[in-house]
Design a protein around this ligand. Sequence first.
Ligand SMILES: *Cc1c(COP(=O)(O)O)cnc(C)c1O
Length: 401
Amino acid sequence: MHHYDPSSEIQDYLVFGEYGDVNPSITDSSTYTFLNPQTMNELFEQEIEGCFLYSRHWNPTNKYLADALSKLEDSEAAIVTSSGMGAISCVVLQLCNSGDEIVSSRTIYGGTYALFKNFLPKFGIKVKFVNTQDLSAVKKAITKKTKLIYCESVSNPLLEVADIPRLSEIANSNGIKLVVDNTFSPIIISPIRLGAHIVVHSLTKFINGTSDCVAGCVCSTKEFISQLTDINSGASMLLGPVLDSFRAASIMKNLHSLHIRIKKHSENALYLAENFHKLGCKVFYPGLKSHKGHKLLKKIMNKGFGYGGMLAIDAGTTEQANKVMENMQHEKVGYLAVSLGYFKTLFSSPGHSTSSEIPEEERKAMGLSDGLVRISIGLDNDIKRTFKRIKKCFIQAGLCK
Ligand SMILES: *Cc1c(COP(=O)(O)O)cnc(C)c1O
């Protein structure tokens, strides 16, 4: 398990274009012709390898990207969607009926949190938010109505590491699904190999890596992916979050450099985290021995890609966090912007939206402070120079001397 290398799997996935083009041809059509009506009718009944009906259902370019992503996650199958939220909403609406329940981590991406908290109740789906670090709390929250456990492999914003093997045991013993959002740790963690049933990604972040589009994917069994794409009852087919084929083609090209980028993001993030720590700053990075999830991550991660490109610092107050971020943008450290996984450094203040389930007292104990700054570390060649710039910003904001 430890020496699994997703990038080699992607490398071995060879597809080419109509004329032997090294990049597969981009399909530029919403619909497909048939030589006879019988085949068309058959395709309504069941999928036929290499046969396409209509682009919202499947198109060849999206299929190439989906197949490459299933190599990344070592899943039987995958689909791509027009956003990470599109992938997440299709998964939960496929698995849950009115009256069903979800047991979710309480520290999840803000959009997912809002979907679970504000939107799903419209359909009679109830979400129980728990501390998924506490496995007994997860077990206790499960009822006969629970259909899935939901968590992020590395969570926002404190970068807590989910114990996927043990969460998977809990899911299996209750006959329910473990759904893992692996957006923060592609290539580093392979949730399906650890027992997760379904993996979702926002491709918008590290996997694409150029902050030029929004996209998502679901990786799982052939059976579940077929359910999602079923012409009569599939969430991705009927809700319609289809990815444009030109985008699928450009994401596929970026996917092939993911391993190099992740290594560099990780190397830079570790250097900064260690040096912030030396400065006496409160820093959250799973590559540091002081981080709560360090040991677990070391145990479950694929070796050779580092501990990821995300880190968080506690600047104390909202005012200090704002000052640090303004200074960092001024010093050309990167951009004050949401999102992550870009080649340049991005930073923002996570705010309260994702953690409002957590009582004030506990938030303090966890280190969820108002002054938190989340940083997605870029691919800077000279990270020492970057550190000097950030240190200057920290001094100006009174974070250190
Ligand atoms: C951004 C993000 C999403 C949502 O993805 P979109 O592509 O913006 O729809 C979901 N989960 C995580 C962890 C994210 O960072």
